[in-house]
Design a protein around this ligand. Sequence first.
Ligand code: ADP
Ligand code: MG
Length: 726
Amino acid sequence: MRFNALRELYGRKPLKVVPPSPNLSDYYAINVFTKDKMQQYLSKEAFRAFSAAVDKGTLFDQNVADQIASGMQRWAKERGATHYTHWFQPLTDGTAEKHDGFIDFGDDNQLIERFSGKVLIQQEPDASSFPSGGIRNTFEARGYTAWDLSSPAFVVGSTLCIPTIFISYTGEALDYKTPLLKALSAVDKIAVEVCQYFDKNITKVTTNLGWEQEYFLVDTALYNARPDLCMTGRTLMGHSSAKEQQLDDHYFGSIPERVTAYMRDLEIEAHKLGIPLKTRHNEVAPNQFEFAPIFEEANLANDHNQLVMDLMKRIARKHHFQVLLHEKPFASVNGSGKHNNWSLCTDTGINLFSPAKNPKGNMLFITFLVNVMAAVYKHQDLLRASIMNAGNVYRLGANEAPPAILSVFLGQNLSRMLDNLVEKVGDSKMTPEEKTALKLGIARIPDIMLDNTDRNRTSPFAFTGNRFEFRAVGSSANCAASIIALNAAVAHQLTQFKADVDALIAKGKSKDESIFKVLKTLIIESKPVRFEGDGYSEEWRKEAEKRGLTNITSAPEAIGKYLSDSSKEVLIGMGVFNEVELRGRVEVEYEKFSKKVQIESRILGDLAINHIVPTAVSYQNRLIENLCGLKQLFDSKEFDELAADRKDLIREISLHVTAIKKLSKRMIEERYQANTSECEKRKAELYDSTVRPTMLELRSHIDELELVIDDDIWPLPKYRELLFAK
Ligand code: ADP
Ligand code: MG
């Protein structure tokens, strides 16, 4: 099996990939119903109504909706579409779509092609199979999808896709997009108010997101020979390879030709969909790579990330690769994350995390920088909850990037500048000298930042010059979960900040002084979250504990923090979720965790009993045969000498086989026990505390067997093949 897979792999040639035109602009966004195309395909009236709806949130009537739908359909048909679908992001991993043809019966029962405004705007998929965390009973499983006007429709293959939100019959959100839109608008609203302390021209603040997507590629033949990869996306067993990433040679190495062809193909398809992919490179681990686009508005960027994850899988198959988006496909090899580069930008073109050329602009910068830091500090548990899942737990919990401790890296210079700021602002009324010193300090920020070339790759939340980089997000995650938490926390923090500043102003303090005072308090209060050193080190774990930072490595416990009082204050207080939605979501997270561990454990059990034990026994039989032969050939003294090592090996194999059988049985019992629990939280805790450790123990016996059993009969592709075979 394993050697057939290897034979199939060798000799694979890279596919030839040719773009539709040498000029990117000839095909960029060709499959997107952009504003330009809308202008071309819609009447003036319809286009104006659509634009007003996007910009001002006004509604349009049925007639306009019909006009938009018909223009959209005309365009989509020219792009080869025969079907349409509402494209949404349920709480499962990935996106959902149900395709309907542009086919209908007209008034006189004649067959016609139709795509009406009604079905463009709203649909009612049978939602019973999507997770809701008990919000809906299956007998009332109606859900609605409704058009998200802020993300353009696009054509994939022969289907027109319309980005939509997904809500239950009773109005609760059942997806990622709905709360994401709410969290983006929560920051917009309060950030504008804060900006207006400094600049009255600012009337909108947009969240930007630039994601970096890490992934592994494995040859299809090898992948198909590993049922664990096929069914769970990660290897449940496998001894580490003699060579892994010690030399860091992959990171700097050239990209293999077959992979380059794949990347090129993906880029072309992404560009056709208006996804501005820009960067592609090797990552740290062997066969690990990364894609990153130019950043965009967060809702669109997130749709694009979802689309790219989907494209990656589909296009990889063409190139005889399988994409692994799992956070930890291989034990002892670097896992995959998603770096969320996050920033806020005003409608006057200011990036709020870029220092400006004048003191006023720098005050704006400091204000937002400090508030984000304070938000991360106060809501570290919420942020962790938003990135924790059954896959990412192997990154967050392990001694590997990044730790489960949330810290913020600012760079030494900026960090020192904040400390200076604190020293300069006294507790009493500021003297004119103090004010001047402060203003000078603020004015120096751009120079300080220029020197700030140090980069810290071990920080889960790093300031990187003009944005924050949330690096602890899992590679398979929907970026929205972390942006929802981050934006809600920042909105909440800014709300508090504004209230505090306004209270001081009401007491007669000047605006500038009030802002300084509140910033000072925040800088002091959130100092423990600032960390410049090695985030992976044991010293940091101890230091963080001293500083009172939390370090939660158990997934169910981390997820449970969604429901802490402070998280609720943020998520419900900022109008991102209501109580029912939040509870439902947490139930879904527990459920997803349990189900994933359950599936992994079943597959591991199957493989252990059906693949590994028989292989071990047949090898053992060969050894026994060999011993019997030796016994006939040699006298007993000589035999004892010659056979000692083989006897040991037979014993060792026996011990492993016995342990595997015992542990498989125990794992079944543990699953059974966990499944009897009615409470999703309890069930997840049991899977975490009983099934997962048993899986690890079981695996260790299999990995030991892999080292001693004849390579010729080992049934599964090994790490060295999965990671290095080309
Ligand atoms: P690195 O690997 O060094 O972090 P990359 O170039 O791979 O950098 O990725 C950086 C990502 O950050 C890109 O998606 C880029 O568009 C994005 N980015 C750059 N500036 C901003 C910004 N102001 N806000 C949000 N994202 C940004
Ligand atoms: Mg990065």
